[in-house]
Write a protein of this length. Structure first.
Length: 440
């Protein structure tokens, strides 16, 4: 028993416009039985019935139809009832080391949602660039987003607030929440270049386009710092309908431990003041974390007493261990792009792990979800982004969606193999991993 759908019918179903002739019925169940994102699909010889409690569930159900329709549009008959393991399933794009345009970000969202990724984390600022307009602080983007910014000076550009709103709305229409990150107190050289009054001695600092980390810091003991940070976070909060603001907090190697805590004790409450939850890289666990704050664990080590303590205090965790989910790690020793400081990350390594077993103190209940960062030091194009993202991101998306007991590498391998021809037809770059595709 099968039913055949056309690409147009799938597109209409995705947009919420399916016609009777499409054979795809979509219904909201009127109860919460499927949860915020779950759905049920019934496929018979006479058509498809898709039910969900919320519009997001209908949207993810259509993505499952897309996966099942494998090229020829033929859907196998049967019933699928499905819902996500984690509420937060993110991909991160680093716009600071290399800028990507509004259209490029939108096209990336279109590819991410096919795997039910529901958060887009934008790393907007770093030592090499500042990529979001902040009213009252024009030199951040004039200089920090201007010519010669980004790694090797090859990633200039920035988002105006109108551009950002455009990205946010586009993502929201596809049930993706944008999570903006302004990294602080470290990773701020671009801000210090634009506004020398933020440096310790008020003296100008030179722009940097190399990939070093840990040399720049906002000054914990200066009031100008907090006026700046508060304007930035209020701007972000006003521009962001989603519930999270990411304040970075990683690799502050030139900030003393005391200054780091002093800075965060003033900054971590600010997202809450503007109605948002703070997310920070896990180093923030060294400070007192306000209620609702979330720590994002990024190290490969399977032990972190700070994160354990944050969980014991009731804080939620996002898992991003670099040796499993960093999309900027090389797949193998020959990979032209990417880094290898956390080791090589072949596709199976990204698939075969359990977020609830990476740190002893972080169990299922403490997990908000899983996120796959893509840092862009070595990236120069959308093709580069896609090459490191596919097929690894789908592996991580399944870690975030499917129950651990139902996941199986051999099954994933067979299913993702079908995407090779699809990506080729769509002009999407990907790594033809020998783990998935036999040598041609
Ligand atoms: C570490 S992971 C960083 C980034 C780099 C990345 C490269 C983290 C929170 N910070 O600044 O881009 O490694 O893999």
């Amino acid at each position: 028993m099968t039913f055949t759908v056309t690409p147009d019918a799938l597109a209409r179903a995705e947009a919420g416009e399916s016609a009777a002739a499409d054979g795809i019925g979509r219904e909201l169940s009127g109860s919460d039985e499927f949860g915020a994102e779950g759905y049920r699909l019934e496929i018979t010889a006479s058509g498809v019935t898709l039910r969900a409690s919320e519009p997001a569930g209908l949207f993810w159900g259509v993505q499952t139809l897309r996966q099942l329709a494998a090229g020829d549009g033929v859907l196998p008959g049967g019933t699928i009832e499905d819902r996500p393991r984690f509420a937060y399933r993110a991909a991160m794009l680093d716009l600071a080391r290399h800028f990507f345009t509004v259209d490029e970000i939108k096209a990336h969202v279109d590819l991410l949602v096919q795997f039910k990724i529901n958060h887009l984390h934008l790393h907007l600022t770093d030592d090499q660039g500042w990529r979001l307009e902040i009213p009252g602080w024009p030199r951040l983007t004039e200089i920090g987003g201007g010519p010669g910014t980004g790694c090797d000076g090859e990633g200039p550009g920035f988002l105006t607030l109108a551009d950002y709103a455009d990205v946010v709305a586009y993502a929201a229409a596809r049930f993706v929440t944008v999570v903006p990150e302004v990294d602080m107190p470290g990773h701020v050289n671009a801000a210090l270049v634009a506004y020398p009054e933020l440096t310790a001695d008020g003296q100008p600092v030179a722009p940097r386009t190399d990939a070093e980390v840990g040399y720049s810091s906002l000054v914990a003991g200066k009031e100008e710092t907090y006026a700046f940070v508060e304007t930035v976070l209020k701007t972000l909060a006003d521009a962001t309908p989603g519930p999270y603001l990411h304040i970075g907090g990683d690799e502050c190697l030139s900030t003393s431990a005391e200054d780091y805590r002093a800075f965060l004790s003033r900054v971590l409450p600010l997202p809450g003041k503007y109605g948002k939850r703070a997310i920070g890289w896990h180093e923030i666990a060294a400070a007192g974390l306000p209620e609702g704050a979330v720590v994002q664990y990024w190290r490969p080590e399977q032990q972190d007493t700070g994160v354990d303590a944050a969980v014991a205090a009731g804080r939620a965790v996002i898992m991003s261990p670099a040796d499993r989910v960093y999309l900027d790690m090389k797949y193998d020793a020959d990979t032209r792009l990417g880094l290898d400081w956390a080791g090589l990350v072949p596709v199976r390594r990204a698939y075969d792990w359990d977020p609830a077993r990476h740190l002893p103190g972080v169990t299922e209940e403490a997990l908000l979800g899983v996120a796959a960062p893509l840092w862009s030091e070595t990236l120069r194009s959308v093709a580069d982004v896609q090459f490191l993202t596919f097929p690894r991101l789908p592996a991580i998306a399944e870690v975030g969606w499917s129950p651990q007991a139902r996941r199986d590498w051999e099954s994933f391998r067979e299913r993702i193999a079908l995407f090779g021809p699809r990506w080729e037809a769509a002009g999407v770059s990907y790594f033809r991993s020998p783990e998935i595709w036999a040598a041609d």
